[in-house]
Every structure is written in C-alpha cells, then in structure tokens.
Design a protein around this ligand. Structure first.
Ligand code: NAD
Ligand code: IPM
Ligand code: MN
Length: 349
C-alpha cells in the first residue's frame, strides 16, 4: 500500500524548495522501495487566488485523509492588507490536523560553523531540539481588531501544556536527558501554569529527566552566548516561533532548518521553518536544505522509515561538508541543482 502524501507548495520560494524536496523524496522512495502517492493542492496565497480561501475545502479534506502533509511556505506582499491572509490557512491547517508539537531541530552541520554569525568554537557541534507548542497560546486566543484598541488573548490549559511537555521529555530520553523550559513566569499567568504543569509532570513520570526553567529574555541571550548549554528546549507557541528563527542562523542560514509538527498518531505536517522569502523568490536561490530535511523527518515520523531518513540526512551532511550549497551558505548551487546532487548521493549511497 502506498503512503498518501499531500503536497502544498504554497507561495514565493515555497514551490521552489517544495519541488526540491519532492525530487529527493522520490529518489529516496525509489532507492528504498517506498511506495508514495503524492498529490499537490492549492494553499495559502495560492489557495486564495484559486478559491478565495487560504485553506480550500478540497485541500483540507485531502490533508485530513493523508498520511503526511508537506508544505513549502505561505505568504507574501501580494496578500498583505487583504481581507484574508495566507497565514490564516496555515494556522487553520495546524489546528485541523491537531499537530500540537512542533519539532525544530537546530544543528550546525559539519563545515557550517564557518558560516555562523557566532565564533566557530561556539557554533561547532551545536545540536538543539526546540519543541514549540503549536496549537495554543496567543495564536489561537480571542482577537479584537481595531484602530483605537486591539487585543490578542493568550490562554493555555494544563492539558495543553502536559501533552507537549510529554513530547519534550520523551525526546530528551533519546538524547542528553535535559529539557530547558522557556517561559515568562515573572509576568505571565500562562507561564506560571506552564512552569507548574511541566514540573509536576517531570516529578510524577520523568524523574530521570533534568528539567530547568528559564525566562525568555535571558534564554534568547544565552542562545547566542552559550548555545551548547541546550539539549531540548521546550516552549510555548510565540516564544518558539521567535527562538527558532534566532537559533536557526547559528547554523549559517534559516534555509537549513526543518520542522515536523505532530499530534496524536503518526500523521504529521512537515515544513521548513522559513517563510516564502519574497526577496529571493523565483530566482532559484532559495536554500532547499530545510525543506529536504523536513522530508527526512516525514520519512522518520509519519512513514516509519528511519533508514531512509538517515540516508537523506547523511547525503546533506556530505554535500554541505564538501562545499556544495546555495549562496546563503557560501556555495554556488541553484536550488534545483543542489537537490539533484542530493538525489545522486542518495541513489549511490
Ligand atoms: P522569511 O523566512 O520568508 O525570510 C527572512 C529572510 O530569510 C529573507 O531575507 C529571506 O531571503 C531569507 N530566507 C528565507 N528562507 C530562505 C531560504 N530557503 N534560503 C535562503 N534564504 C532564505 O521571513 P519574512 O520575510 O519575514 O516572511 C515572508 C513571508 O513568509 C511572510 O508573509 C510571512 O508571514 C511568511 N512566513 C511563512 C512561513 C511558513 O509558511 N511556514 C514561515 C515564516 C514566514
Ligand atoms: C512559522 C511562521 C508562522 C508562525 C506564520 C507564517 C503563521 O512564522 O511557521 O514559523 O508564526 O507559526
Ligand atoms: Mn516563524
């Protein structure tokens, strides 16, 4: 039986990196004998242009009937100020799929410490797993729009905190056993609940995990001064959005960072953490590594094929270490040229 994959190329540079990832996914499928059935649907700004809605009904139904969803990126200046925004489609999709845990691994690939804005000795070997809560907090609270007054309400329940904390504790078991939970407990009630609930869960079920708590402002600083201090970083939706962009550039470029969004069961949503990169869209310049590594995460988490996931990750390591890559990481490959090279490495491997 073949795995049903829904492809959402999206907007701007999204379709370029999605095509690159799809080529690698197909090459990997051929190599490891994995039957894939991939179908593309309009989403984001492309969804608005095609149907008026960023998450068209047909797209939503296909995602809900799939084994995994792959997204390039959404958004762009074309839809700024419009009645409905492409980003609303992404938030709705995350909620519909129930993918409350967003895994954003941040690794400095071999050789990439040279591209880091941090000193090489600080950047070398960094390996942090950011786990961002994805379907709660200020992104999904009551909103009041207005020219005189506006508000965005931030709410979390104990259950929402516990389920994502559990993902972090389970992940830490297979890594360094340390979780740093990031909040703003000196100001926010949701953060004080977050701290209480994560501590209680660790005490009750994960005594082997070393859990500490830090405030978002100080942790944003520590991510730059001593990123090596972190193993798993657990945080709420908005803080995770910001910290993951910050952390991604330690590795040389936001274009390198992948993500997997998971809920109950094995279906997941896979996307690079970057946006539609309007400034470089349509020029074959976008770095496809984050998208390609997201496809690897799809193979691991939704298709249950660790072997194939590793083959892609090894090919990326090898290519980048040999100096191949797009301009943002100092190489001179085009997006598709780099992806073709990864396809060759996977096929040979
Ligand atoms: P962005 O991530 O698109 O771009 C920020 C900077 O990083 C730009 O200079 C861009 O050129 C660079 N960059 C991004 N991806 C790159 C890649 N693969 N290779 C090389 N360089 C890359 O963020 P932005 O400009 O703030 O947002 C643009 C649009 O994307 C907005 O509409 C925003 O809402 C949307 N967005 C979407 C997603 C998503 O779909 N998951 C994520 C973030 C932002
Ligand atoms: C991301 C993006 C999205 C977010 C936007 C586009 C809604 O920045 O995936 O990181 O804020 O979650
Ligand atoms: Mn973001």
């Amino acid at each position: 039986m073949s795995h049903k994959i829904v492809f959402l190329p999206g907007d701007g540079a999204g379709p370029e990196v999605a095509e690159a990832a799809l080529n690698v996914l197909n090459a990997t499928g051929a190599k490891f004998d994995i039957a894939l059935s991939v179908e593309s649907f309009p989403f984001g700004g492309a969804g608005i242009d095609a149907t008026g809605a960023p998450l068209p009904e047909e797209t939503k139904a296909a995602c809900l009937a799939s084994d995994a969803v792959f997204l390039g990126a959404v958004g762009g200046p074309k839809w700024d100020g419009a009645a409905v925004r492409p980003e609303q489609g992404l938030l709705a999709l995350r909620q519909e799929l129930g993918v409350f845990a967003n895994l954003r691994p941040i690794k400095v690939l071999p050789g990439m410490e040279r591209q880091s804005p941090l000193r090489e000795e600080i950047a070398r070997g960094i390996d942090i797993l950011i786990i961002r809560e994805l379907t709660g907090g200020v992104y999904f609270g009551e909103r009041e729009e207005g020219d005189e007054r506006a508000s965005d309400v931030c709410t979390y329940t104990k259950g929402e905190v516990e389920r994502v904390a559990r993902v972090a504790f389970e992940a830490a078991k297979g890594r360094g056993g340390r979780v740093t939970s990031v909040d703003k407990a000196n100001v926010m009630a949701t953060s004080r609940l977050w701290r209480k609930a994560t501590t209680a869960l660790r005490d009750a079920e994960y005594s082997e995990i070393n859990l500490d708590h830090g405030l978002i402002d100080a942790m944003a600083m520590k991510l730059i001064t001593s990123p090596g201090a972190f193993d798993v970083m657990l945080t709420e939706n908005m803080f995770g959005d910001i910290l993951s962009d910050e952390a991604s550039v330690i590795g040389g470029s936001i274009g390198l960072a992948p993500s997997a969004s998971l809920g109950v069961g094995t279906r997941g949503l896979y996307e690079p953490i970057h946006g539609s990169a309007p400034d470089i869209a349509g020029q074959d310049k976008a770095n496809p590594v984050g998208a390609i590594l997201s496809a690897a995460m799809m193979l691991r988490h939704s298709l249950g094929n660790e072997h194939a996931a590793r083959a892609i990750e090894n090919a990326i390591d090898e290519a980048v270490a040999s100096g191949r890559g797009t301009g943002d990481i100092g190489g001179d490959d085009g997006t598709q040229q780099f992806a073709d090279h990864i396809c060759d490495l996977v096929a040979k491997g």
